[in-house]
Design a protein around this ligand. Structure first.
Ligand SMILES: [Zn+2]
Length: 273
């Protein structure tokens, strides 16, 4: 998103890809403005990897600071450690320098920073009150993306659900919601898509409880969920889905619903009391 503020352009989630920086600079030239600053909703590589090439100050929530700055931290976040080269989507080895961090509810260049975490620790939406627009980043997804992976990528299901509920309130107030992966939605269409996201998370929780009547490893559980949703299974997709599946396991464990056992490896099963 490009926002005009005080006669200058503010870029929100500049993105990734060769040549992207040239496209963004050209768009700013067409508008007859200079690019003043960059804001990122979170530190995932597909949102920030082009930032160093644009060369103006980058602002990010403080929980996302080290994720943007360190390529190794980005790998830790999605793989749990250093990751095999080229194995993760959008993996790139560069450091992304952050100029300053912000807090939720701060205002930056006229945009309000809205807490929408759950997809990542510091995921932030940017609210333009005047235009009635909320740039929502990865706090919800288009249905096509969800159908292609099976489970929305999240690191905390409870926070993810709370963010969806927050988004529903903005949709009810008439805001246009812009996701990073999907088309902008408002009104009835926004409500439907948010419900689709919420339902997929709630369904996954029930499905896990059903599947864990038989003790299962995290890998097996992720595979079974993907099979249930008819997703094409590749090593990369399976590895990516291990992240939300681990988050669901932690949540269900904390609720006392499941327990851990060692049975030819670490497995999880319904709590037997
Ligand atoms: Zn993301």
């Amino acid at each position: 998103m490009v926002v005009l503020s005080g006669g200058k352009a503010i870029l929100v989630d500049p993105g990734h890809g060769r040549g992207r920086h040239k496209d963004l600079k050209r768009e700013a030239r067409k508008l007859g403005v200079e690019i003043k600053a960059q804001l990122a909703t979170h530190g995932h590589a597909d949102h920030v990897s082009v930032c160093p090439k644009i060369g103006v100050p980058l602002f990010i929530h403080r929980f996302e600071f080290s994720i943007a700055e360190s390529p190794l931290n980005r790998e830790v976040l999605t793989f749990g450690s250093k990751a095999p080269e080229g194995f993760l989507a959008f993996q790139f080895p560069g450091e992304v320098r952050v100029h300053a961090v912000f807090e939720w509810s701060d205002t930056l260049f006229g945009l309000g920073a809205v807490k929408l975490n759950g997809h990542s620790p510091g995921m932030t939406g940017f609210l333009h009150e005047g235009d009635g627009v909320l740039y929502a980043g990865d706090s919800f997804f288009g249905s096509r993306l969800i159908d292609s992976v099976g489970i929305p990528y999240l690191v905390d299901p409870e926070l993810f659900k709370a963010s969806i509920k927050e988004l529903k309130e903005y949709a009810e107030k008439g805001y246009l919601l812009i996701p990073s992966h999907g088309k902008p939605v408002e009104g009835e269409e926004a409500a439907e898509l948010l419900n689709f996201n919420l339902k997929r998370v709630e369904e996954t929780e029930s499905l896990i409880l059903e599947l864990l009547k038989t003790p299962m490893s995290t890998d097996e559980l992720a595979l079974r969920i993907m099979e249930r949703y008819g997703v094409e299974i590749t090593p990369q997709r399976l590895a990516l889905n291990l992240v939300p599946v681990r988050a669901f396991i932690a949540e269900l464990y904390n609720q006392g619903e499941i327990e851990a056992v060692v049975d030819g490896g670490l497995k999880w099963r319904i709590h037997r009391g």
